[in-house]
Design a protein around this ligand. Structure first.
Ligand code: NAD
Length: 289
């Protein structure tokens, strides 16, 4: 269904966040609807915490199929929903809402997107050890989803800031509720950080380091920390090549990824929840990137 063929049956999906005008999600989803001939439209709405309750009620009132949710609403929306899926309950943040006849369920697809983006590259992290940095929104979704989906061991590093308590919560929850063994580490202990990267299958950076205003910075600046057969994954996608990725490439690491695949696959997972269809991911990748 092309956007100029919208009609009385068109089903609306939203994106509720602030700021949000820069988002690639409307382009991604509307092109996917058009490609598959689905009569849906995806629109971005500037919604802060103040307007959130009214916006969530509007999902029901307007019989929208659902919405993406981003900052600053990912946690605030939880008490306004009817249900959370089990992984989202553990993660404690929502990026996708599905409306089934007035019953709103919250999901979070960032961790699913990270794992799927690696699957797309033929890399299976299940049964392996991951060392990661970061316990904010992205880091929490990744750690918990990976633990639920079969990653065997997670060494979670965070610097001693306001996110350290969240890192501890993530590790405790993983150990309590999943078969994954998680350990908590301080980023300030560089010897420990180096050793944990050295014994991992994948190193994942889920911090804001590497993107504006921290562009050009990296938590690992010495290429000798990286084995050639380590997988290096940076959640940042702007810039496309981060300083961390440059260091990994200098070390001769074969599998180095930015966060574009994760971004695309988190969208594809939400698309499937709303429409029941697979997003034409390669088609969208070519349009967006
Ligand atoms: P957040 O603000 O919730 O968390 C920030 C994290 O970075 C915390 O763990 C914090 O301790 C850490 N951090 C910040 N500055 C640091 C520094 N100087 N040194 C060490 N650690 C530092 O942010 P978020 O929403 O979780 O985003 C984190 C990253 O994930 C960003 O780079 C963002 O672009 C990326 N992201 C990617 C996707 C995707 O689809 N690819 C989705 C969401 C977020």
């Amino acid at each position: 269904m092309s956007l100029n063929q919208l009609d009385g049956h068109t089903i609306l999906i939203g994106l509720m966040a602030y700021p949000i005008r820069h988002s690639m999600s409307p382009t991604m989803h509307n092109h996917a609807f058009e490609k598959l001939g689905l009569n849906y439209a995806y629109l971005a709405f500037e919604i802060t915490n103040d307007g959130l309750e009214g916006a969530v009620n509007a999902i029901r009132t307007l019989d929208m199929r659902g919405s993406n949710i981003s900052m600053p609403n990912k946690q605030k929306i939880i008490p306004l929903l009817d249900k959370l899926d089990p992984a989202t309950e553990m993660i404690g943040a929502v990026n996708t809402v599905v409306n089934d006849n007035g019953v709103l369920t919250g999901y979070t697809t960032d961790g699913i997107g990270m794992i799927k983006s690696l699957d797309d590259e033929g890399i299976d992290i299940r049964g392996k050890k991951m060392t990661m940095a970061g316990a904010g929104g992205a880091g929490t979704a990744i750690a918990i989803q990976c633990a639920l989906d079969g990653v065997k061991e997670i060494s979670l590093f965070n610097r001693d800031d306001e996110f350290f308590a969240q890192a501890k919560r993530n590790v405790d929850l993983i150990n309590e509720k999943t078969d994954c063994k998680a350990t908590l580490h301080k980023l300030e202990d560089q010897d420990d950080f180096k050793a944990e990267i050295d014994s991992a299958f994948i190193y994942c950076d889920a911090t804001s380091v590497g993107m504006n205003p921290l562009e050009g910075q990296t938590l690992v600046s010495d290429p000798s920390w990286f084995r050639k057969d380590l997988v290096v994954f940076d959640t940042v996608y702007a810039p496309r090549t981060t300083k961390l990725m440059e260091v990994a490439e200098e070390a001769g690491v074969e599998h180095v990824f930015n966060g574009l695949g994760m971004m695309l696959e988190q969208g594809a997972a939400a698309f499937k929840l709303w429409t029941g269809k697979e997003m034409p991911v390669e088609y969208i990748r070519n349009i967006l990137f």
